[in-house]
Design a protein around this ligand. Sequence first.
Ligand code: UDP
Ligand code: MG
Length: 315
Amino acid sequence: MDRLAIVVPCYNEKEVIKISSEALRQVLADLVAKGKIAEDSYVLFVDDGSKDNTWELIRAEYEKYPQIKGLKLAGNVGHQFALTAGLLTAKDYSDVTVSIDADLQDDTAVIEEMIDKFHEGCEIVYGVRNDRSSDSFFKRTTAQGFYKVMAAMGVKTVYNHADFRLMSKKALVEFAKYKESNLFLRGLVPLIGFQTGQVFYERKERVAGESKYPLKKMLALAFNGISSFSVKPIDFIATIGGVITFLSIIAAIYAFISYFTGNVTEGWTSLILSIWFLGGVQLLSVGLIGKYIGKIYLEVKQRPRYHIETFLNER
Ligand code: UDP
Ligand code: MG
């Protein structure tokens, strides 16, 4: 029988740990009763350096229930790395994992379908939301825009899939070979290959607490996703550069003709505009290229991506 680990990254989630633990233990109990997973399956809560008492709550759950394990990271490393820490830890203590957010926005009921797909031979199963009505108009539009931009930039992602997914041990062993510091799991996992499947669900509201993804973090994730997987922005800048150069040649010819025909008293406006415009384009280009250099800088350092402080794994 396959041992399932449900991996749950948590950052300042004191309002939801108990609810989450309860719901996920119920999922495990159901699956065990149906003979679909091993009895020693468990939920692994990863505390991503929370500032509230999330860790104490995880520890309390661990002491109370044999199906709970806890992993405490030494500091806040962000959702993607916290999830990676959990998955790579769980890999050595399970046959299959499901990652899910602590706030239970993703439907725990489809975990069973994921396990069924796994038993049918899928190594990766994506949870895909079939509607976004629970999101605010703003989140919905930005998120959809995000998937469109990603696709236009040539990054392969699964549409409307966040980080709710099943990964088998086999898939995780391959995932562990990706050592990059600029991590964007949704872009990376599809690169692994294997037989994959999808299950569909409706995304709910957070059970409690607040989103830990403010606009700033969302934009950072989007940019990180694009620039980690695509050099299209550089191509784009190069194209703009080419077009502007071409236009300025035409403008220069026009200026010369104007000079020889004697209409040269004006021109301050066009001059100052072009200085500003080109200055802006240049700054943008240099900045963008700088971003990539920054990424190279981060990668060559090969720093560890997270540090584990405690692993509650006595049972
Ligand atoms: N999270 C994390 N580290 C962070 C930020 C968030 O581990 O620095 C976790 C958080 O506890 C939650 C998941 O990532 O389990 C998704 O965050 P959230 O639900 O706040 O994002 P949203 O659903 O609003 O996009
Ligand atoms: Mg959420």
